[in-house]
Design a protein around this ligand. Structure first.
Ligand code: NDP
Length: 501
């Protein structure tokens, strides 16, 4: 293996970009260089696709028993688990997320996701095997799809890698994994661990470079059978267009704008604490972020007041400190986006309750920091209420009736996550059922578990992550129909030629 720390991993070899170009990766907390990684082009994507194709068509991985694949994935999980401290520091330095989020959240959850999928690999089964036609038996097989192109975002770099590769590998596919250009470091580290775990060459290939080139090459290649993306809705649409080339199977986890509905009988303190945790999580760069607070009018002023009090306690600073609650945004571009939406919200007439600016002080000069920001008195049709921002900036608005809350909550193009806060069990279930979202939580907002599916409705995309539903996404269902009679002429043949028997 060459000496350079960050190279691409293709067909079990460590390689630079064909043209020798590199991209400099920046630490968003201080603007300093973190690493140089290969800036791959079309030829690099093609080499990785060829390696994955070869590994799928002729390699060992798809032909291993589920038990052996599970053992390899469990070994990978154990290696990751023993390396979590180092990986968490790298993730924090590259993404800007707090060390407590990376070390105590993303990494252990990734290990758990991987272990779940290792176990689930051994459970794949057809739902039935039976004589549905006279003289024949039907059998269902769940088979791997082939070569999967996995394109991951910058908000949870390592965890999204695992969400994508774990079910794909458990099902017996081979993978070309392309991380976001802003945050490729822990993905390349993952490739090193995959090599150490002994997965056959070509089973997982990692390439870095611009999505407009590599992502597009994956999405349009006839040698790639499926593409899975977590990213912007507009990128999902691009991939749908490019993937039409070979009628590719797609799995798209796209944007979100989650409503958080608080009724006047809710435990208001629990709702306010939950609101701050679920809106500032990962610096608000989270597609499930609680972004729209719909609060019943009687408790609206009190809820907003309490949320402001709690937002004031958020400790913003160096993400590597365990006492830091909020680090920088991932990039200057992302902070500019947040600033643009703050100014749009002001222009639209929303009331700034807290934040709305960069923090002051020497410690924040070089990083891409932004204060926790809450706008109140928003209306459902303001851009700040409907469009995904992806930052520590959220809105609150009041409502009168349950029907009105449901209507406002559903009135967005997105449909990923939602929550309802009330002590009335009948209302809780009514509202949760009425949400046009892939998840509706009651008196909680955010927690995910490996056993339950995560994925969107509407323009938040389709295809589930996590759970057995995700594993099934990465398989094809085949019906094997077996004649048991050995008869020359079958009863149905007359419908094509001749007369009934
Ligand atoms: P993108 O959707 O552009 O990035 C996600 C991934 O897609 C990256 O790996 C990116 O590569 C890749 N990509 C970009 N263009 C293409 C393409 N044409 N074909 C295939 N792959 C492509 O998100 P942005 O980084 O531009 O962020 C913009 C906004 O998207 C955010 O502000 C946020 O609102 C939303 N977003 C949502 C996420 C979610 O979890 N649902 C995650 C990330 C962003 P590269 O990095 O090289 O461009």
């Amino acid at each position: 293996m060459p000496k350079a720390e960050y190279l691409n991993y293709v067909g079990g070899e460590w390689v630079g970009a064909e043209k020798g170009e590199t991209t400099t990766v920046i630490n968003p907390a201080n603007g300093a260089k973190l690493a140089d990684v290969p800036k791959g082009g079309k030829a690099d994507a093609e080499a990785a696709i060829d390696a994955a194709r070869e590994a799928f068509d002729k390699g060992k991985w798809p032909r291993m028993t589920p038990g052996d694949r599970a053992a390899a994935l469990l070994k990978l999980a154990a290696l990751i688990e023993s390396d979590m401290d180092r990986l968490a520091i790298l993730e924090s330095k590259n993404q800007g997320k707090t060390i407590k989020q990376a070390r105590d959240g993303d990494l252990p959850f990734s290990v758990d996701n991987l272990r779940f999928m290792a176990g689930a690999a051994r459970t794949l089964a057809g739902s039935a095997s039976m004589e549905y036609a006279y003289g024949a038996t039907s059998i269902l097989r769940r088979e791997p799809i082939g070569v999967v192109g996995s394109i991951t975002p910058w908000n949870y770099p390592f965890m999204m890698d695992i969400w994508k590769i774990a079910p794909a590998l458990a099902a017996g596919n081979t993978v070309v994994l392309k991380p976001a250009s802003l945050t490729p470091v822990t993905t390349i580290e993952l490739a090193k661990i995959i090599e150490k775990a002994g997965l056959p060459p070509g089973t997982v290939n990692v390439i870095t470079g611009p999505g407009s080139v590599l992502g597009e090459a994956l999405a349009s290649s006839e040698k790639v059978d499926m593409v899975s993306l977590t990213g912007d809705t507009s990128t999902g649409k691009e991939i749908m267009r490019a993937g039409a080339n070979n009628v590719k199977k797609l799995h798209l986890e796209l944007g979100g704008k989650a409503p958080f509905i608080v009724f006047d009988d809710a435990n208001l303190e629990a709702a306010a604490q939950g609101a701050v945790a679920a809106s500032m999580v990962n610096g608000g760069q989270d597609c499930t972020q609680a972004a729209r607070f719909l609060v019943q009018e009687k408790v609206y002023p009190k809820f907003v007041r309490r949320m402001v009090e709690l937002l004031k306690t958020i400790r913003i600073g160096d993400p590597l400190e365990r006492t830091t609650d909020l680090g920088p945004l991932v990039s200057d571009k992302q902070r500019e986006k947040v600033e643009k939406y703050a100014s749009i919200a002001k222009g639209e007439g929303a009331k700034l309750e807290i934040g709305g600016a960069r923090p002051k002080g020497k410690a924040f000069e070089k990083g891409w920091y932004y204060l926790p920001t809450l706008f109140s008195d928003a209306t459902f049709d303001m851009r700040i209420s409907c469009e995904e921002v992806f930052g520590p900036i959220v809105t609150a608005m009041s409502f009168r009736t349950e029907e009105q809350a449901i209507e406002i909550a559903n009135n967005v193009i997105y449909g990923l996550y939602s929550s309802v806060w009330t002590k009335n069990i009948h209302r809780a279930f009514r509202v949760a059922n009425a949400m046009h979202f892939g998840a509706a939580e009651i008196n909680e907002h955010l927690p995910l578990v490996s056993e339950m599916p995560h994925g969107g409705y509407k323009q938040s995309g389709f295809g589930k992550d996590l759970s057995i539903y995700s594993l099934e996404e990465y398989t094809n269902v085949k019906h094997v129909f077996v004649d048991m009679t050995d008869a020359d002429r079958k009863p149905w043949h007359y419908t094509t030629f001749g007369d009934p028997m």
